[in-house]
Design a protein around this ligand. Structure first.
Ligand code: XIL
Length: 345
């Protein structure tokens, strides 16, 4: 009897032969594995700490994580020289324990800067030379702290306007356009193995933004600055057409030698939720994953929060919501099932 049971167990445990068609995966982790990419989510640190069900789904489903807010400048250095790493550290530690890779988000941005910095620049107590030193120290300190633990950094975030001009942030106005190359160089020096990204929204479809971003990348490459990836945030809404040219846009960046990632995908809708809207949303998620899988350089597919219980959408887009793969009770929505059904091209 015993050998029979052992034999049976062996047969059941054996991997599928290579010619067998892969089964529908049981979760996003398995789906990601089948497709040879990582599927990630932004993480709300308060929820990770306080909600066991949130933690369970995050760690079961996702093989990549991004801190939704915990690595932003105002979070890590709220007072000048006073660093608060507890949340960022907790994310990195949770990732290590659960075999998740990490995207660092974000080093240079115009939003969520600490007040000491913005006020100092405004009232002139921080001059350009000092600002440049502050930025270099910030990048060096943060990247060094997580050296070897961050797969990819969003080095610069949202540096181009929708009309294709450069954003007039404190960085551009006080440091000049060279701050971008500097940021990449400083980050690279602090962790030579991390993939360094430029990240933006509306880059899925906005021609002006696409052209400017392509020329920024070429310019950085011409200067020998270490840029390795392009991040498409992918904040979509079903009231707009799906960005049907997205895969081609990804390819244009891949042709410059860049790795590609979808870094912040969500698909919002005008409330109330209806079954029809959920079906359209499912289709947008399915198409986004299909676009990524159709481009060899697309290595990571990250959603900006996985549950409607914790999503930035209702707070930022009044009247809209329900943008995530799981509902408030962590029940998978049609969009989740749609992702599981995406087959290799
Ligand atoms: C958002 C967070 O989700 C919110 O919690 C926060 O209040 C504001 O920022 N693009 C980005 C992200 O790069 O950092 C933003 O995250 C969403 C848009």
């Amino acid at each position: 009897m015993k050998p029979l049971i052992i034999a049976l167990a062996l047969v059941l445990a054996a991997p599928l032969p290579a010619y067998a068609h892969p089964r529908t995966p049981r979760d996003l982790r398995q789906l990601a594995h089948q497709h040879g990419i990582k599927i990630g989510s932004a993480v709300d640190l308060a929820a990770l700490r306080g909600e066991a069900d949130y933690r369970k789904v995050l760690n079961r489903e996702f093989s990549h994580v991004t801190a939704e807010n915990a690595m932003k400048w105002e979070s890590v250095e709220p007072e000048r020289g006073v660093y608060t790493w507890a949340d960022a550290d907790a994310l990195v530690e949770n990732a290590r324990r659960n075999n998740q890779r990490v995207r660092g988000h974000t080093l240079v941005w115009h939003n969520q800067l600490p007040a000491w910095l913005t006020t100092g620049v405004e009232d002139g107590s921080i001059d350009a030379a000092e600002l440049r030193k502050i930025l270099r120290d910030h990048i060096t300190t943060q990247v060094r702290r997580y050296k070897g633990k961050i797969r990819a950094w969003d080095v610069v975030n949202e540096v181009v306007n929708d009309d294709g001009t450069m954003r007039q942030s404190i960085w551009l106005t006080h440091l000049g356009p060279g701050y971008i190359a500097d940021a990449f160089r400083w980050a690279h020096r602090a962790d030579p193995h991390a993939k360094l990204y430029i990240n933006d929204y509306n880059l899925e479809w906005n021609a002006s933004k696409i052209e400017t971003t392509l020329s920024i990348v070429k310019d950085l490459q011409a200067q020998g600055a270490p840029i390795h990836g392009i991040g498409f945030q992918g904040h979509l809404g079903i009231q707009y057409d799906y960005p049907g040219d997205w895969a081609n846009v990804m390819r244009r960046f891949a042709d410059l030698g860049l790795e590609v990632a979808v870094t912040e995908l969500d698909v919002r809708m005008e409330l109330p939720v209806t079954p029809e809207k959920l079906a359209t949303q499912a289709d947008y998620y399915r198409r986004a994953l299909t676009d990524c899988l159709g481009v060899r350089a697309c290595r990571e597919f990250t959603v900006w929060g996985f549950t409607d219980r914790h999503s930035w959408v209702p707070g930022w887009f009044p009247g809209q919501g329900a943008a995530c793969l799981f509902d408030e009770n962590l029940v998978p929505k049609p969009a989740y099932q749609a992702l599981l059904g995406v087959k290799k091209a």
